[in-house]
Write a protein that binds this ligand. Structure first.
Ligand SMILES: [Zn+2]
Length: 194
């Protein structure tokens, strides 16, 4: 794991330190770590959000998914309670932006997120969290409180030997993403209380 650059980043939620992490995957943009660890007790569990890039949600404010709402929630939470956001460049659950837009087109015709990916011959969730273990090791983090509803992330972290002390749920639904969240809950086992 290589840190390519770092700086302060003032945001509308407060000040973070941002780190550009070398990305050895297909995307050439760096992964980003947003940290607010000032004054943290090294023995306490660190609040952690692992966020996979979602251009349509994070940048264009799409409400087809809950990505931006979850990112905003995590930024606010970590400003208040300290912690780390790891922003990974794996758009569309790892299928890339063009394929995600193709899948959206199929969803416009009534398929759900899983059926659309399958119709395109793509994985339902092709994300990889191996860099997360290296980033956490760099920051000497072994115990976390995970801001997530995703059982695959919990499993991936546990397999890396990271201890999950607590899970902070993010239940953010609107009429436009209700069906999307239902699919996450019913077909992907997400821990959502809808
Ligand atoms: Zn999204």
């Amino acid at each position: 794991m290589k840190i390519l650059a770092q700086s302060q980043l003032p945001t509308e939620f407060g000040l973070f330190t941002q780190y550009a992490i070398e990305n050895l995957g297909e995307e050439n943009l760096p992964h980003i770590v947003l940290a607010n660890l000032e004054g943290i007790n090294p023995r306490q569990a660190i609040n952690l959000r692992i966020h996979s890039e979602c251009f349509t949600g994070d940048v264009l404010h799409s409400i087809k998914c809950d990505c931006r709402a979850q990112l905003t929630f995590a930024q606010k939470y970590i400003q208040e309670h300290l912690g780390l956001i790891i922003y990974l460049r794996q758009e569309g659950r790892g299928i890339g932006l063009t394929n995600k837009i193709k899948a959206y087109h199929l969803q416009d015709q009534g398929l759900d997120t899983i059926e659309a990916n399958k119709a395109l011959g793509l994985e339902v969730d092709d994300r990889n969290y191996s860099i997360v273990g290296e980033i956490l090791a760099h920051f000497d983090i072994k115990k976390i409180n995970l801001i997530s509803n995703n059982p695959l992330k919990i499993k991936a972290l546990e397999e890396m030997g990271i201890k999950i002390i607590d899970r902070i749920p993010t239940n953010i639904s609107y009429p436009e993403n209700y069906q999307y969240l239902q699919t996450k809950k019913n077909k992907m086992g997400h821990l959502l209380d809808l």
